[in-house]
Design a protein around this ligand. Structure first.
Ligand code: FES
Length: 313
């Protein structure tokens, strides 16, 4: 569902994180959404950007909140969001939820890194409302870059623990040392945090079905990325993927009809079989063994270590 939302108010949570409170243009109630949901914003020439809803408000909330961290070195989306002012209108799709709370009897372990706190905060709110047990661990580089510290402490008390890299970093080995295998892990943060948390959870005996995660960053191009070719096995067509484009972007611009969703490398919807060539995996979907095997790749973020990939498309 696409609708026009108006910026009702703005609040700076840190030097770089700004909270947006949104309402519908005609003050009608917003669609209901579940904890972990996000909205997708049309930013014109910059394309779309998705931001998690901070609130879990149940049915028909009057307003909703997102929080956006300004990334001066990013792709421009967050900078554009930070240029907006109260009263501006945005075309918004959603809410959509790729990171929902599962239905389980065991406790929830909520793990947030940086701006990844936004969906985790909504989950903690929903779990509290449902009287379900959880622990929330929130890690940032320092206390000064932490959003929602006061709200979290007031709302969740002893269930929340703060970790700061410059004082007492999050220790995943310690965190998972005595974790109940019935626990469900929900982690939102940067890729290294998700990878480390998945590994620690697996070592602690949590089955894959208990490990839920969402990246908060879009596909990032890395210094040193070079062009490579992608051959479409069904047609023999060859596309050149430049350093600043993804496989999905190039193939779609070339007229191919692809199935994809998150474009961050965490949902697995764009997963494609590799017939030949060596993928350069940038996702958090595949296990280390699957990445080493090189037979599958997420074409929204991953690239190539060989001059050409032949894909089963
Ligand atoms: S679209 Fe989600 S992993 Fe590629």
């Amino acid at each position: 569902m696409t609708q026009e939302l108006v910026i009702d108010s703005l609040r700076d949570l840190t030097d770089r994180i700004r909270e947006f409170t949104l309402r519908t243009a005609d003050d009608a109630p917003l669609p209901p959404h579940s904890a972990g949901a996000h909205l997708t914003f049309d930013l014109g020439t910059l394309g779309t950007r998705s931001y998690s809803l901070v609130d879990w408000a149940g049915d028909a909330p009057e307003t909703c909140r997102i929080a956006v961290q300004r990334e001066a070195e990013g792709d421009g989306g967050s900078m554009r969001m930070h240029e907006l002012t109260v009263g501006d209108t945005l075309s918004v799709t959603g809410p959509k939820n790729d990171f929902p709370l599962a239905d389980h009897a065991g406790p929830a372990l909520l793990l947030a890194g940086g701006i990844g706190i936004t969906p985790i905060l909504s989950m903690a709110t929903a779990l509290t409302a449902a009287n379900r047990p959880f622990a929330l661990h929130y890690a940032t580089r320092s206390r000064g870059v932490m959003a929602y510290e006061v709200e979290l402490a007031a709302a969740f008390g002893a269930a929340v623990t703060f970790h700061h890299d410059d004082v007492a970093p999050l220790n995943l080995d310690h965190l998972f040392a005595h974790v109940d295998p019935a626990t469900h892990l929900y982690v939102c943060g940067p890729k290294p945090m998700i990878e480390a948390a998945r590994a620690a959870a697996t070592t602690a005996g949590l089955p894959d079905a208990h490990i839920h995660f969402e990246l908060f960053t879009a596909a990032q191009h890395e210094a040193g990325d070079t062009a490579f070719e992608v051959e479409i096995a069904s047609t023999g067509e060859v596309f050149v993927i430049p350093p600043d484009k993804t496989i999905v972007e190039v193939l779609e611009a070339g007229g191919m009809d692809l199935i994809y969703d998150c474009q961050r490398g965490d949902c697995g919807i764009c997963q494609t079989t590799v017939i030949s060539g060596i993928p350069d995996h940038r996702d958090v979907v595949l296990s280390e063994a699957e990445k080493a095997e090189g037979k599958l790749m997420q074409i929204c973020v991953s690239r190539a270590k060989s001059p050409r990939l032949v894909l089963d498309l």
